[in-house]
Design a protein around this ligand. Structure first.
Ligand SMILES: [Fe+2]
Length: 297
């Protein structure tokens, strides 16, 4: 790992928390917390699932505070349901805002999806039809969230296993225009692009080439599960070789953007995640040194 930013609680620190997020971080997972707090491994930053801290029984506040004493953190949310027609939950947003301020959270990311219908929360990241109507609807809701929080959020592309008849835009067009209309940032999940490439045949070179690079503030890497006739974004495996190759293509446009290793199921030892992060670091360093094998595709 290349960098570490210890002791960065956001009280007297005039540096914006977002400036402290750099290099290749890890998604913080509960089986690793005691080891992290004991050994303080050289990991530049952690991404935490915000929803885990919004309910009773979430990560113990003392542990959260201890993590924040030693590492910069970001929040990742799955509960805003930005694509839904359900009303935005401003109670949820108020809790989020308070937590982010209390712990000096660098930024919040959410997904280009909906999770609720008529107040029922599916706890799945459900894809939207990519139409002009859904685009303006979601852009308006992102703007409302950003106005409430007083800062930009990041929107992540999701994996999808179906196509809507109403879709008129391809995914990269949709998220690019969404970022423009909502004036938000983007989180590009490379594994999700690859999953949609295999399952739906999207053109990954066109996808990467058409992204608005100046709006990309974070990259996700994760492993998928091969189910035979399709692949599932299961976050239960090492990053697959073709996803590393896609990452190499992307970072040729955004080499300085912070990257994160996501691993949520069949969680291995912390050392395995650190090895994945080191691999990402090596790819970035090889690019900077001019040692990648192929040109931008
Ligand atoms: Fe992701």
């Amino acid at each position: 790992m290349t960098t570490i930013n210890p002791g960065r609680l956001n009280d007297d620190n005039v540096q914006p928390a977002s400036d402290l997020i750099s290099g290749v971080g890890l998604g913080l997972r509960s089986p690793h917390i005691n080891e992290i707090l004991t050994d303080l491994p050289r990991i530049p930053w952690f991404e935490l699932l915000a929803d885990n801290h919004m309910v009773e029984g979430g990560l113990i506040p003392v542990q959260l505070a201890q993590i924040c004493q030693h590492y910069p953190i970001t929040f990742h949310s799955v509960g805003l349901s930005l694509g839904s027609v359900d009303p935005l939950d401003f109670n949820y947003l108020a809790k989020l805002k308070k937590l982010m301020k209390s712990y000096g959270v660098a930024w919040l990311s959410e997904h280009c999806c909906f999770t609720s219908v008529d107040g029922f929360h599916s706890h799945d990241l459900l894809p939207l039809p990519y139409s002009e109507e859904s685009l303006s609807h979601m852009a308006e809701r992102i703007s409302q969230v950003q106005d409430f929080l007083g800062e930009q959020i990041l929107i992540e592309n999701v994996s999808s296993y179906m196509k809507f008849a109403e879709t008129t835009l391809n995914e990269s067009e949709f998220i690019s225009e969404l970022a423009k209309q909502a004036d938000c940032s983007l989180l590009v999940d490379v594994n999700n692009i690859y999953v949609n490439h295999i399952n739906q045949g999207i053109n990954i070179d066109d996808y990467i080439a058409s992204l608005p690079y100046d709006r990309i503030k974070e990259i996700h890497l994760a492993g998928f599960d091969n189910r035979g006739d399709y692949i599932l974004d299961a976050h239960n495996n090492p990053v697959a070789e073709p996803v590393w190759q896609l990452f190499e293509k992307l970072i040729q446009h955004v080499a300085d953007v912070p990257t994160l290793i996501e691993w949520d199921n069949d969680i291995p030892a912390l050392q395995k995640l650190i090895e994945e992060a080191d691999k990402a670091d090596n790819i970035i360093n090889n690019y900077r040194a001019g040692n990648l094998d192929y040109a931008i595709g």
